[in-house]
Design a protein around this ligand. Structure first.
Ligand SMILES: CC(C)(COP(=O)(O)OP(=O)(O)OC[C@H]1O[C@@H](n2cnc3c(N)ncnc32)[C@H](O)[C@@H]1OP(=O)(O)O)[C@@H](O)C(=O)NCCC(=O)NCCSC(=O)c1cc(O)c2ccccc2c1O
Length: 378
């Protein structure tokens, strides 16, 4: 059609812009303060909106070879605003780019005794909490006290209305977590200061699974044994390129036949899950990405930067939408407990409605509720 024909100048400009965008995408530095690309092109239509965005900072439509998922994030590209036209979408223009600056972490209080094995921090001015297993000399293996402290920290993050997303990680770059500390393992479980044997990490898994805010595992180094299950119960996993994943249970006389099996099989499929458990091999970050066990891989030096970008993107979105989605994604596998979680969110929303309030107000005022004003929608 004639209307589809473009004048030669516009055509050449668009071609050049697209190619420059691709080039810029490959060259652009990770330093957030650097300009998005080195080759600015003049705009042939200067009257068109000059947005805060540089066209060339946008890339080709996402496809298998340009998405951060496909390249394992190795190019450090987060592409939340893929565009079908090569031009920034209206959403991208309105919202701007997600900032890449480091977080300013502040130690935050967790009620009760001082934490020994765990660090609890919050990012200044942002709704992000960070919970860190701090036993690097044991590759962040957990003992019963570690798990108790983790549980307290997760509770605090859950209850804090300023926290919207939680990062779960291990201290140092050698391990996220190497599972239960074998030095504390007795016949009935892991034995803590009270001499009682426990498998209390199972309660922690449930706590993370049901926590109504996204929990992001930030994994450098080993995530093995019970530490591997912990990253699996998190909502997302951002891995460093030195990350190693695996179950060691059958090698050390243990297994997690609960979430350790069910969530794994749901995530990577039955065949891979059986391979992972029966052979107890270790897998690289790239292999883990290929089997859908994790969300992205970045160079270890960029691990926190990338994790923060994902967190900040989620924080832009509706907290209630994320909450209901998490419970819904859980419900499909969690049976009655999953439905209870999802149903609780329906009640929460209903309590906030006029119809729900009418019932409460009528009771308190000692009158019959008038539900007639509420439409029975199709
Ligand atoms: C993680 C490793 C592959 C790292 O190897 P690397 O060679 O880099 O380091 P070292 O092996 O030298 O370790 C350094 C240092 O840390 C100690 N350490 C590491 N992991 C543990 C651990 N899990 N427990 C105790 N100590 C650990 C190690 O001894 C070294 O200390 P030194 O003093 O000797 O210098 C490698 O370390 C490794 O394979 N670790 C063991 C991984 C493992 O088997 N974990 C336990 C799996 S079972 C489990 O986690 C589990 C827990 C539960 O609570 C369950 C509950 C319910 C059901 C199932 C459960 C379950 O399966």
């Amino acid at each position: 059609m004639a209307s589809d024909k473009k004048d030669p100048i516009t055509f050449c400009y668009e071609q050049a812009t697209r190619r420059t965008a691709i080039l810029a995408n490959h060259l652009s530095p990770t330093d957030p303060t650097s300009p998005p690309h080195p080759l600015p092109l003049p705009n042939p239509h200067p009257t068109e909106a000059s947005s805060a965005f540089d066209t060339a900072a946008f890339v080709e439509p996402v496809n298998a070879s340009t998405s951060s998922q496909a390249d394992g994030g190795q190019f450090g590209k987060s592409q939340p605003y893929a565009s079908a036209t090569g031009q920034p979408t209206k959403y991208a223009r309105i919202h701007g780019e997600v900032k890449r600056t480091p977080a300013v972490w502040r130690k935050a209080e967790v009620p009760g005794p001082e934490l020994e094995d765990v660090l609890y921090e919050k990012a200044e001015g942002e709704g992000i909490a960070k919970i860190t297993i701090n036993r690097p000399e044991r590759r962040n293996a957990f003992r019963p006290e570690t798990v108790k402290e983790l549980s307290r920290a997760f509770n605090e993050a859950r209850d804090d209305p300023d926290v919207g997303v939680i990062i779960f990680t291990g201290q140092g770059s050698l391990a996220f977590c190497s599972g239960g500390d074998q030095h504390f393992r007795g016949r009935g479980g892991y034995v803590g200061n009270d001499r009682v044997p426990r498998l209390n990490v199972l309660d922690l898994q449930v706590q993370i699974r049901r926590l109504p805010k996204p929990v992001v595992a930030m994994v450098a180094g080993y995530a093995v044994g019970g530490g591997h299950v912990l990253h699996m119960v998190c909502d997302l996993t951002i891995a460093a390129d030195n990350a190693v994943f695996g179950q060691t249970g059958p090698k050390v006389g243990s297994f997690d036949a609960g979430y350790g099996c069910s969530i794994m099989a749901r995530t990577i499929g039955q065949k891979k899950a059986r391979e992972m458990w029966f052979l107890a091999r270790m897998y690289t970050a790239k292999e883990a990405l290929d089997m859908g066990l994790i969300n992205t891989v970045v160079p270890v030096a960029r691990l926190e930067e990338e994790t923060l970008i994902w967190c900040r993107e989620m924080l832009r979105n509706s907290p209630m939408a994320l909450r209901v989605l998490k419970s819904s994604l859980n419900a499909v596998d969690d049976g009655g407990a999953g439905l209870q979680e999802l149903g609780g969110n329906a009640t929460l929303l209903f309590y906030g409605s006029e119809e729900g309030s009418e019932g409460r107000e009528a009771y308190v005022e000692g009158r019959a509720p008038d539900f007639s004003k509420f439409k029975r929608l199709p």
